[in-house]
Design a protein around this ligand. Structure first.
Ligand SMILES: *Cc1c(COP(=O)(O)O)cnc(C)c1O
Length: 220
């Protein structure tokens, strides 16, 4: 199957959930093929690579930053990034706000929640999430529009499902809270190539699919 066929099939299956085509490490011709198939949302995890691809490709693409973002690199993507999925500290959020001001933009962000069993230093727990939501309220150049999470790397679908359910519950809790005007909980970014169908059943609004569209990555 071609990239176009895969994108068409995903869109048919996912709508109205949004498809982020995760194009990290993929060469420009692969992105062009996706673009020509009508794909406009692309996800990258390295700042330098995202900037280079942004410069090379049409300007109606919406670029999503996935994965850990270093504070000192925010300035390179602030002028054009469409959504940052991986905000997990006040320090990072403050820098995004500062760079948003400089670019005269309000930058949309998701807060990344740690839902998997694996130990990782990325992602917020529940207490940190509530703290960060409070601390975000005075920031005028960021808009928090939802949550992102990655389930455990496991064959155990029941466990993956429970982790997504946990994230959905946090999302619904925040949605029901009186929060400041720069926080609108509308997006729930969960699901990748291996677990997107479970994520879809559990209320995902954005799935991030790489290898199932583009094939295997040459480098991790
Ligand atoms: C690479 C990546 C994906 C896509 O993973 P696939 O297994 O290739 O679909 C999704 N989300 C994040 C945060 C990633 O880094």
């Amino acid at each position: 199957m071609s990239i176009k066929n895969r994108i068409d099939a995903f869109k048919a299956e996912l709508t109205p959930c949004q498809l982020i085509a995760v194009s990290k490490t993929q060469p420009l011709p692969a992105l062009w093929e996706a673009y020509e198939a009508g794909q406009r949302l692309f996800g990258e995890n390295k700042v330098q690579e995202m900037v280079a691809k942004y410069e090379a490709l049409p300007k109606d693409i919406e670029w999503h930053l996935l994965g850990h973002l270093q504070t000192n690199k925010v300035k390179y993507i602030a002028p054009f990034v469409s959504l940052i999925h991986s905000v997990d500290s006040l320090k990072l959020l403050l820098e995004i706000d500062k760079q948003g001001k400089k670019s005269k933009r309000i930058i949309s962000c998701l807060l990344q929640i740690h839902i998997a069993q694996e130990e990782t230093k990325f992602g917020l727990n529940e207490v940190e999430l509530l703290d960060l939501v409070k601390q975000a309220s005075p920031l005028s150049n960021v808009r928090i529009i939802g949550l992102m999470g990655m389930a455990s790397l496991t064959e155990n679908n029941q466990q993956i499902r429970q982790e997504f359910q946990h994230l959905k519950k946090l999302f619904d809790t925040l949605k029901g809270m009186e929060l400041s005007t720069n926080i609108h909980m509308t997006e729930l970014s969960m699901g990748m190539s291996s677990d997107y169908s479970i994520a879809l059943q559990e209320g995902s609004t954005m799935v991030r699919i790489g290898t199932a569209i583009f094939g295997n990555r040459s480098t991790p």
